[in-house]
Design a protein around this ligand. Structure first.
Ligand SMILES: Nc1ncnc2c1ncn2[C@@H]1O[C@H](COP(=O)(O)OP(=O)(O)OP(=O)(O)O)[C@@H](O)[C@H]1O
Length: 766
């Protein structure tokens, strides 16, 4: 198919770009006239478009695009390409825009955000981390200034006042986690003046596939002080002595571990002849399970690194340290015990929200990423979002070679070295993408042995990230990286100053070597996308061994193959097996997503009921109204003594306290229910039905109970120096709170495990 035909037809499943394309010519016609304007006049032209009507009329949209293009040319010295305008228009229409890596999405996002903001829409530009939030806001600030739009950014160390100010701006760049923590803290506010986050309007999401699909299930947590969870150090010792395959078995997906009969007998003997499955030893069994999970499923330098004496989790899809993330308390403590580290602070979960629920608060969503079509289905299913595929500005000339398959990991490694030697001799810079930290270190050591100098980028040395990436495109450079280099890194040919660009281009550009395929084709594509940016030459190739976890875990049984003398398998049936393995892995993740979503939906519905009620107490004195009607005499006496306002204040604090306390307890109950529900699986009942059957009636009395408790407390309060002493009546906020994200990926959450087990059970019985 020719380029032109493909352009007109677009991609199946994606929205048509035709309506946007029709506007490109008239937008271009405005260019000459706008160039004549002074800077102030251009700002005026932008403000002439301001108003409360949304969406833009056709003529207004043409003017908007033309003005924004001219402003970008003047302020950033970058004249937006036609394709960037297409991206901007699709975002304004609430689409997820797919634009290849390096096509300038930062600018596209800013142009669309300005377009929304001019029409009085409040935009939260959600980035994946604080660094990018700040960088992008500052980078794009001159453009916003010229358009009369105020941008701002928020970082982890922003104060409450700074946050409130930042959210008051037209466009706020904020990481998903900081936004989520602000929303959670607001949910505990006891004074309307303490609220930080305004009502949600538009979320424009960067790296949309990663946030909306990969991270959607991650809960953000607000915790409050409580006593520490102690992990059993002896248990950590005990599981260390257990033998894999003999005492315990790990399932093929690496998500579950179970003791064998031999293992159970051995543990029971070591614990002094106990019966692990008796009621009396339920705690020991729970501790044992956690220790075994920590021991058998969580690997140092794969799932976490140890730095500064702390366990730091590695983000599975990004390969970098996942700031603020921890496992659920018991497991976190078990890993700390395994590594003989001090147990970190633990607390009671005051409230939590998943990334998906956080994002779904916004009436309008849109986003951008290099890889959206591969997740078009979940985007539609969970968010009702459609994808717009924007073609590249210059055709991509990268040469993506077919995956090479080897029989053993050793042969795969030898093949890698051989290819590196070969490509390096041509002077081409090479980026090697590995699966985890340990592998990146092993490959670097091997290359070193072959006298090949290389730079390493992984979660252990992420401080050097900018410097390593800056030089990764230098003539003859070799860089070994985890998935860290896979997203958002701009590798410039010829080094940071691009001085040697011509020589690198002549040699063929950057060569990306993927050492093993990732569990999702999007991760492969993101890695490949480091080469061949903006029409640059480049190549990519993946090397795979049939013993790689991805392949081995999905292969039903050992299959025959013929391998060449270097171990390469060229049988086409095997090549398709690699693709199939990836599709199976992707399908499993999708299933996990769906299941967790079904559970969290019920919790979200209940949370909404509480929040709605809470808002009435906070803003409309509902608490006062209720205690007045529940304890009329006490209320009247107190009003006489301290006045209406003071009574209303106390009623508000007391009612909010009981609502929040009740919610924290209810959350703990729901968690317990989820964890315990597998016992019912023995009866072959649907765990979700079981969960709902218990969770729904318990919640029925929630608001009445909170009201009753508030009335009781109100009846008992005393007055000190003209104020109602609510603290003396037990109304206390947590002495300290902190935030984190729960990382439940390596083997799925408890729910996922249970669902997984249920599926296996039904398969074996069916
Ligand atoms: N219209 C333009 N003219 C010239 N340069 C541009 C233009 N738009 C963007 N760029 C440049 O292209 C480079 C890549 O931009 P950016 O980092 O926003 O890409 P990206 O699409 O976000 O890539 P990735 O998906 O890898 O994160 C930047 O150096 C930016 O300055």
């Amino acid at each position: 198919m020719t380029q032109t035909v493909r352009r007109t037809l677009g991609r199946p499943g994606a929205v048509s770009l035709k309506p946007y394309r029709k506007l490109l010519a008239p937008i271009g016609e405005r260019e000459a006239a706008l160039r004549e304007l002074g800077d102030a006049e251009l700002t005026e032209a932008a403000l002439n478009l301001a108003g409360a009507e949304f969406p833009y009329e056709r003529a207004e949209l043409i003017e908007l695009c033309a003005v924004v293009r001219e402003a970008a040319r003047r302020t950033l010295d970058e004249r937006p390409f036609d394709v960037q305008l297409l991206g901007m228009m699709a975002l304004l229409d609430g689409r997820v825009v797919e634009m290849a890596t390096g096509e300038g999405k930062t600018l596209v996002g800013a142009m669309a955000a300005a377009g929304f903001a001019l029409r009085d829409r409040r935009v939260h530009l959600l980035s994946v981390n604080d660094y990018l939030a700040r960088r992008d806001a500052e980078w794009m600030r001159p453009l916003y200034d010229m358009l009369g739009v105020a941008p701002s950014w928020i970082a982890e160390d922003s104060t409450t006042i700074q946050r409130r100010e930042a959210y008051a701006a037209d466009v706020t760049y904020v990481s998903v986690s900081e936004l989520g923590f602000d929303v959670l803290r607001d949910r505990l506010a006891t004074d309307p003046g303490d609220l930080v986050v305004p009502d949600p309007d538009i979320a424009l999401i960067d790296e949309a596939d990663s946030v909306l699909v990969d991270e959607a299930r991650v809960p953000l947590v607000l915790a409050g002080a409580a006593e520490a969870v102690e992990a059993d150090a002896d248990m950590a010792q005990l599981v260390r002595r257990l033998r894999p395959q003999v005492d315990y078995e790990v399932d093929s997906e690496g998500r579950n571990v179970q003791l064998t009969t031999t293992g159970i007998e051995r543990v029971e003997a070591e614990l002094g002849g106990v019966d692990l499955y008796s009621e009396e030893y339920a705690d020991s069994l729970a501790q044992l399970n956690l220790a075994l999970h920590a021991h058998a499923l969580l690997k140092r330098d794969v799932h976490y690194v140890i730095s500064d004496g702390e366990v730091k989790l590695i983000d599975e899809s990004r390969g970098r340290v996942a700031m603020l993330q921890r496992w659920p308390d018991g497991l976190q403590a078990a890993v700390e015990a395994k590594e003989q580290l001090q147990a970190s602070e633990t607390g009671e979960i005051l409230d939590s929200i998943t990334v998906q629920a956080l994002v779904l608060r916004y009436p309008t969503l849109c986003g951008m990423t290099g890889t959206a079509m591969a997740v078009a289905e979940p985007l539609r299913e969970f968010y009702e979002l459609e994808v717009a595929v924007i073609p590249p500005n210059l055709p991509c000339v990268r040469n993506d070679h077919a995956t090479r398959l080897y029989a053993t990991p050793e042969e795969k490694e030898d093949a890698l070295v051989e290819q590196v030697l070969d490509i390096h001799e041509q002077g081409r810079p090479i980026l090697i993408g590995t699966q985890d930290v340990a592998e990146s270190e092993r490959i670097a050591a091997r290359l070193d042995k072959e006298n090949l100098d290389c730079a390493v980028l992984n979660a252990k040395n992420d401080a050097d990230e900018a410097a390593v990436i800056a030089e990764a495109g230098t003539y003859g450079a070799i860089t070994v990286s985890t998935q860290m280099a896979g997203r958002g890194t701009d590798i410039r040919l010829g080094g940071s100053d691009m001085a040697d660009r011509e020589r690198v281009v002549a040699a063929g550009g950057l060569y990306v070597l993927g050492y093993g395929r990732y569990p999702s084709s999007r991760l492969d594509d993101q890695l490949r996308g480091r080469a061949g940016r903006q029409g640059d030459p480049g190549s990519s190739r993946f090397l795979v061994s049939i013993e790689d976890h991805l392949i081995a875990s999905t292969m039903p049984e050992a299959r025959q193959f013929d391998a060449a003398s270097d171990g390469e398998i060229t049988d086409p049936a095997w090549a398709s097996a690699v693709d199939r393995a990836q599709r199976i892995a992707e399908g499993q993740l999708m299933e996990l997503h769906r299941n967790t979503w079904r559970y969290s939906k019920l919790i979200d519905v209940q949370r909404e009921v509480v929040l709605e009620h809470r808002a009435k107490v906070l803003h409309q004195d509902l608490g006062d109204e209720q205690v007045r009607s529940d304890c009329p005499e006490r209320h009247a006496d107190l009003v006489d003594e301290v006045g209406e306002d003071e009574v209303a204040r106390a009623a508000r604090l007391i009612t909010l306290y009981h609502l929040d306390r009740g919610w924290t307890d209810h959350l703990a109950f729901l968690n317990q229910l989820r964890e315990g529900i597998h016992l019912r699986m023995l009866g072959r009942r649907d765990p979700l039905d079981e969960f709902n059957a218990d969770a729904v009636p318990v919640f029925k009395g929630f608001l009445d109970q909170a009201r009753e408790r508030a009335a009781q407390t109100f009846a008992e309060v005393s007055v000190t120096d003209g104020t109602i002493d609510v603290a003396a009546a037990g109304v206390k906020r947590p002495s300290s709170t902190w935030t984190y994200m729960v990382h439940d990926r390596p083997f799925g959450s408890d729910i996922d495990n249970i669902v997984g087990k249920a599926r296996r059970l039904s398969r074996s019985s069916g």
